[in-house]
Write a protein that binds this ligand. Structure first.
Ligand code: DGY
Length: 308
């Protein structure tokens, strides 16, 4: 959605679920005071140049902001709104669903049941890994990591551990999680949930170095951003049995081409970036993004402003 306050205010909405074609967006942003975008729109120097000096606020309907060039926005004094908190429950819920689907091999199991693979009861057939007595690791402890741990605790998890750039005691205490080094996280986790933001520091951080230290029974789950994972290394780790399975809600690129090698693996469950996809949450995200935009245009504090 683009806002041009000179003539109104007037709003122009891209009325489609498909992303705005870049050429169209570059044309339409000219002279706008505000932009409400989703994560498929790259808000970079080229777009900001095309928008011109009127642009005061960019409001993204997402908690992730790796599609925004923060340096370029800051340089131009453009304020940024985003949508944390309102999606935490929904994302945590999906992460738990993906973790269970991956560790208990649900997708493989329904496929077998539907396609005639279901023979007599067999002792080790479709065995997976259970949460009871396990150690769950969280890479990047924030609101979502805490919400995931809160949901997993009733499954009788033995221990929560986490790593981040520094200990986060105020959050960790809520879930009695222990701060460990990156290497220890890799070595100790039976389940490893990636919850960190994609930044230059976290880009490709889940690579061979991580996978090679993980347990053979470990399940790797990513609901943050595909860019934190080196997918070639993940493929190697999964296909050679270095780790037991992976559940991915996010990939690089999105959509992941249907011929991608990860799709050939039974121990890899891939979802099409749906962690925040509930009616309640998407409505809350839309309302928050609109309120951020309007507050920014009025020069008022935004309900959720990203500090640049
Ligand atoms: O960043 C976000 O908000 C999610 O990835 C999409 O809802």
């Amino acid at each position: 959605m683009l806002v041009n306050a000179l003539t109104g205010p007037s709003f122009e909405m891209w009325d489609s679920d498909e992303p705005v074609p870049r050429v169209e967006l570059l044309k339409k942003v000219k002279g706008c005071d505000g932009i409400l975008c989703v994560l498929t729109e790259k808000i970079d120097a080229q777009l900001l140049e095309a928008a011109g000096p009127n642009l005061k606020v960019v409001s993204t309907m997402s908690v992730g902001f790796d599609h925004l060039s923060l340096d370029e926005l800051k340089k131009r004094g453009i304020r940024v709104g985003y949508t944390p908190d309102v999606l935490t429950d929904c994302v945590a819920e999906l992460t738990v669903a993906l973790l269970l689907a991956t560790s208990r091999r649900l997708i493989e199991a329904t496929h077998e049941a539907k396609t005639g693979g279901w023979g007599t009861w067999r002792t080790l057939w479709l065995c997976g890994h259970e949460l009871a007595n396990s150690t769950v690791g969280i890479l990047g402890l924030g609101r979502i990591g805490v919400a995931i741990a809160e949901r997993l605790k009733p499954f009788k998890v033995k221990k929560f551990i986490y790593t981040d750039v520094a200990p986060r005691p105020e959050l960790a205490n809520m879930i009695e999680a222990e701060y460990v080094s990156f290497d220890e996280l890799a070595k100790q986790s039976d389940f490893l949930a990636v919850c960190c933001a994609l930044t230059p520091e976290t880009h490709g951080i889940c690579n061979w170095n991580l996978f090679s230290k993980m347990k053979k029974n470990a399940i790797f789950i990513n609901t943050s951003r595909g860019g934190v994972v080196n997918q070639e290394d993940l493929y190697e780790a999964l296909s050679t049995g270095l780790i037991a399975g992976a559940g991915l809600d996010v990939t690089t690129p999105e959509p992941l081409p249907t011929h991608h090698p990860l799709f050939t693996l039974k121990n890899c469950v891939i979802l099409p970036h749906i962690a925040s996809a509930s009616y309640t949450t998407r409505n809350a995200m839309s309302a928050l993004a609109a309120n951020n935009l309007l507050a920014g245009l009025r020069g008022e504090p935004m309900p959720k402003e990203l500090k640049l």
